[in-house]
Design a protein around this ligand. Sequence first.
Ligand code: RIB
Ligand code: CA
Length: 313
Amino acid sequence: MKPIPLILDCDPGHDDALAMILAAHNPALKLLGITTVSGNGGITKVTLNARRVATLARINVPIAEGAGKSILGAFEEANDIHGESALDGAELPTPSMELSELHAVDLIAKLIRESSEPVTLVATGPLTNVALFLKMYPDLKSRIKEIVFMGGSASRGNRTPYAEFNIWMDPEAADVVLRSGLALTMCGLDVTHQALVTSKVFTRLQEIGTPLSETIIGLLKFFAKTYDEVFEMPDPPLHDPVAIALLIDRTVVKSRFVNVQTELNGTLTRGATVVDIHGRLGENANCNVALELDADKFWEMMLDAIKKAGVTK
Ligand code: RIB
Ligand code: CA
């Protein structure tokens, strides 16, 4: 089976960092490039983090900086979860590779043009770059195989009672993606809250015993501490790699093809994803929504990628 070509748009971020490693170190995937978007931290922070993680985990692909604010100009950092640097908890190396001179949107276009087959876009931050790409390069839509995004929820939110952080940061961008007519898969909190970093996972990370796995332990211990403080969840959910894992093996999740829309105007609900599981709105289905995770299968993939990434010779 030929590896699936993909571009990862992210806001590293602890879980984004693990998504980078999984995307780069699984033979079923061909990571073409990484683009960054403001979310867990400001654009300068998340872009530096992406370059540091790429250096740490031997990820040799172009990295380009993207949007620093939402389409409507909003900006907020998730320091309460990811810390001041947006990736607190461990020493990270000075980047060994230069940043692309292209804007993220233009790097996405370049990589898609250069690909001999349709490319999958995976977004694990706010959807600003993806929406801007769709608007600026409509001629390249046919070269996109699928958009897989970590975001939204069929139930409750995490940034507000009803809105998940990535969608909440840029609901208009999410609306552009959901109305794009492209093949869409949503990994919302329903499924990502099943990817918990438990004590058993920490034990297996310790057994790997490489400098990389030690660094990841430090990062995830920070993530566990903040998640427990903010959400009373001692085992933090590793959201973003779920969006990558389902490309490797679609059976790692169970999904429903339903209608999903973004609430843009609700006073208390702006940024909520309205996931119409039972078709009550009578609208056409437009998105595969992942709802169940095979956690054992997910962690086998994730730990295997960490092992591969940490082999220095
Ligand atoms: O709500 C969780 C999402 O928001 C994850 O992608 C996390 O990294 C943050 O971006
Ligand atoms: Ca993220």
